[in-house]
Design a protein around this ligand. Structure first.
Ligand code: G6P
Length: 479
């Protein structure tokens, strides 16, 4: 047995994200247990932390306080507590009812409340202080996502010696939308505390640089911002990816193959299985895709004996009003479609409101003939990449919204505009009837793309850019 590692030594790499990779939940026997936390961020960052042996600071979900740093599955995790008021103000409020809709094209109406902003500032300060206490001299601190945009500046004030990277996992909106935010200048200045600010797409980086020039008045040139104190901040795109090899390996497992077969049989062995897997979020376009599918059935283009739509919706942010409304909407829509078009034992839509482990996801990806990813706006969308990673036999079709970051790389997907219902229907129809040659030509090209740009390549390019922006530290964290 190896002796337990001391977890309180200063760390050379500190990951700061709102969520830890695991949530603390109460198990069936009333005892606390750890469960994988939702969303793409965790999927992407976990391999980076593993490769670098750093510490991850984040919120473990819930309101438990006084939790000590601990090791979980070979990772060093350092929990930060949030009070019930902070969950309401910082997390559900400012992060998810102000910033989230604002940054996603105002798909839902953002709400602006001064108390929520105050809570956002307080919680960001707690994360910054915590990171400052954990980082070794000259360490690299990598801050993630929209919940923590003030941390870079706060941390820099506390620890000018550390190297600060920031990566935004969601879109960064055009100036016309960002400008609505009453605290727009504070957010820009918060981000400028970093040495490197990373975005999913070049457009996000350009939006940011333009706003910094217009609103804060700093000089900029291409992807560089020149601060009055002589510091330079770089803002560039680093499209995030997944552990491609890991997913493919999982997909090839016998147990997964067997489970995929079982899923097909349980669905009555239809000719084609359509699949959607999303957090239950109004940005994902779930409503539009189900409508497109149901219209094809209503018009006799598809028959429920031949085609079924499996929609997995992972519970998310359930106390935020817009998410409750969405859940009821989708429940109603699925009920109506199945009521109108289903037959005994063959519903048109098989709807699951649940979250599943990776093995089950891989089996679903393997079972599905047509993966439908139709967000109105999405930073990247890792589900699209996961699906492609699992198609090791070059089968399967991907229908992908052009408003997902992934559409910039996965050009051979059937690209759709989710607002254009007829266009989406045409793509579903085409993918349904596509011949094996066309499918494999497209899939092969997409697989080539993601294999050469996996999560390791992503982390490497970000860390390399960190080295370039601020080379003084002389040590590298490149995996
Ligand atoms: C997206 C965000 C992440 C977030 C995840 C899950 O992927 O970019 O920052 O953690 O959704 O959302 P939640 O609110 O449950 O953390």
């Amino acid at each position: 047995r190896r002796p337990p590692r001391v977890v309180n030594v200063p760390a050379e790499l500190v990951i700061v994200a709102n969520r830890l990779p695991v949530d603390r939940v109460t198990g069936p026997d009333g005892e606390p247990e750890w469960r994988a936390s939702p969303g793409g961020l965790v999927t992407a960052i976990e391999p980076v932390l593993r490769a670098n042996n750093g510490v991850w600071i984040g919120w473990p979900g819930g309101t438990d306080s006084g939790l000590e740093p601990f090791e979980h599955d070979g990772l060093t995790l350092d929990p930060i507590a949030l009070s019930a008021e902070e969950i309401e103000g910082f997390y559900e409020g400012f992060s998810n009812a102000t910033l989230w809709p604002l940054y996603h094209d105002v798909v839902a109406k953002p709400e602006f409340h001064r108390e929520w902003w105050d809570s956002y500032v307080d919680v960001n300060r707690r994360f910054a202080e915590h990171a400052a206490a954990r980082a070794a001299k000259g360490a690299m601190v990598w801050v993630h996502d929209y919940q923590l945009q003030l941390v870079p500046q706060m941390l820099r004030e506390l620890r000018p010696d550390v190297h600060i990277g920031f990566f935004l996992h969601i879109p960064f909106p055009p100036a016309e939308l960002f400008q609505q935010l009453p605290w727009r200048r504070q957010i820009l200045e918060g981000l400028l505390g970093a040495d490197l600010v990373g975005f999913q797409l070049p457009g996000g980086a350009q939006n940011f640089v333009r706003l910094v020039r217009q609103r804060v008045g700093h000089k900029t040139h291409r992807d560089l911002v020149y601060l009055p104190d002589g510091r330079t901040v770089r803002a560039s795109a680093f499209p995030i990816s997944i552990d491609v090899k890991g997913f493919e390996k999982l997909a090839r497992q016998e147990s997964v193959t067997a489970r995929a077969k079982e899923i097909r049989e349980a669905l009555g062995g239809p000719r084609r299985i359509f699949l959607g897997i999303d957090r239950l979020d109004y940005t994902k376009g779930i409503h539009a895709r189900l409508r497109a599918f149901s219209e094809l059935i209503a018009e006799g283009e598809l028959d429920v004996e031949d085609a079924v739509f499996v929609q997995v919706a992972t519970p998310s942010r359930e106390r935020v009003e817009q998410y409750r409304v969405l859940r009821d909407d989708i429940d109603r829509l699925v009920g109506r479609i199945n009521g109108d078009h289903g037959r005994i034992g063959t519903p048109a839509i098989s709807y699951l409101h649940a979250s599943y482990p990776r093995e089950e996801m891989a089996a679903l990806y393997r079972a599905a003939d047509i993966m439908v990813v139709s967000p109105y706006r999405d930073g990247m969308n890792l589900v699209a990449k996961e699906y492609v990673a699992c198609q090791y036999d070059d089968g399967g079709a991907l229908i992908l919204s052009e408003f997902a970051g992934a559409a910039y790389e996965l050009r051979q997907a059937w690209l759709i505009n989710p607002y254009d219902l007829n266009g989406m229907k045409a793509a579903l129809r085409e993918a349904y009837h596509a011949d094996a040659k066309d499918l494999s030509r497209r899939m092969r090209a997409m697989r080539k793309t993601i294999k050469s740009a996996d999560i390791t390549a992503w982390a490497r390019s970000f860390l390399q850019a960190m080295d370039e922006v601020r080379p003084a530290h002389g040590k590298t964290l490149l995996p």
